[in-house]
Write a protein that binds this ligand. Sequence first.
Ligand code: HEM
Length: 157
Amino acid sequence: MRGYSKLSNWLLIPLVVIALGLSAPALAQDDDDSASLYQRLGGLMPISVVVSDFLDEMIPDPQLNENPAIDEARQRVPVAYLKYHVTAFVCEATGGPCDYHGRGMRESHAHLNITAEEWDRMVEIFVEVLDEHDVPEQESEELLELLGTTRDAIVTS
Ligand code: HEM
């Protein structure tokens, strides 16, 4: 029997090693540092709600609509279409499973003559909506950084 229990101890070691090896990546998935921004935001459901509320605030905004090109476009382009595209864009950009098939940022905003002041107003609205939804500081910062990468393509005036 002593020989048997010694043998089982030796068998246990590789089993424990394998179990640790399997559980380590699973634990790492839950760790904030390695989870994608998409995962940390909670996936498509909360992302689509934040985008929807953001556009509901942004589209009627009087400061943005002082720009006649923005005003013309928001009256012509259905909000549902914009919500769909912006959600897919954010989902893909944050590492989610979506494929954005809309136009590029330069092409879709070129005719809107968007100024730096209008950009700042949009960011202000975005931050308000993130706060309303209690998006944590780290994730809000990463979203703002992502947004910032599109600025050069969008601000043309
Ligand atoms: C001041 C800032 C912005 C304003 C005023 C604005 C306004 C608009 C308007 C009016 C359209 C429709 C244009 C048209 O079809 O004629 C549009 C399209 C779109 N915008 Fe923006 N936008 C702004 C910033 C952004 C940012 C930062 C993003 C992404 C992070 C974004 C993503 C999109 C997308 C995905 C579309 C649809 C593209 C397509 O039709 O294929 N926009 N935007």
